[in-house]
Design a protein. Sequence first.
Length: 261
Amino acid sequence: MPLLKVDKLTKSFGGLTAVSNVSLHIDRGELVGLIGPNGAGKTTLFNLLTGVYVPTSGSINLEKDSGVIELAGKKPYNVTKEGLARTFQNIRLFKDLTVIDNVRIAMHLNVKYGLGSAFLHFNKYHNEEDELKAEAERLLDIFHLSHKKNELAKNLPYGEQRHLEIARALATKPSLLLLDEPAAGMNPYETAALTDIIEWIRTEFDLTILLIEHDMSLVMKICERIYVLDYGMLIASGEPDEIRKNKRVIEAYLGEDVNNA
């Protein structure tokens, strides 16, 4: 059973079908790419997987130790609690909170102390909060943000805001991480560093990753399989070398210069 199995997923907005009859699977431990032209439905698909949108039809099944969970129709916070975390194409941080508080707030999804312990400041509350703070600092250290932990998130440079958003997603302890154009707006040096980070966190955190990205050098380097969307429909899937040579994909999106990527 794949970690994630999507079957005939469709989302219509009035007369517009943004995602049409999409079926895909992601095996545990894979790093899979999702590519296609602007407006192809990639972010809409992410929004369906994470509960932002309710599908018009189709199913989204997540394999867990306790059994198969149907995610379609669940609220975003419940989807996150089941083990899916994501970043956004347009960065969505709590910009007026500190860097460390952006990470700590994500961790409270899984706290064990109750409202009474928090209100009365019992030892259980303090002990767990100390553990959360230490874990948040460890995540910030991975992304070289420890020295800026007390700065407001809005004051970070763009690339560091991207890194903070990934750190916040990791703070929810996901089994599947969805990255929506993580290299957008980055220079080649930042993109190369991000590529190394993505590969490292997959191993370090035992993650499965689904990645939307337009930077084909990044996609072709780190993705083991790639799905291609066009006009909301899945037009191809396969390993990077297969996608490079797929005539339909070249015509719809990649162009002939992909073989130089």
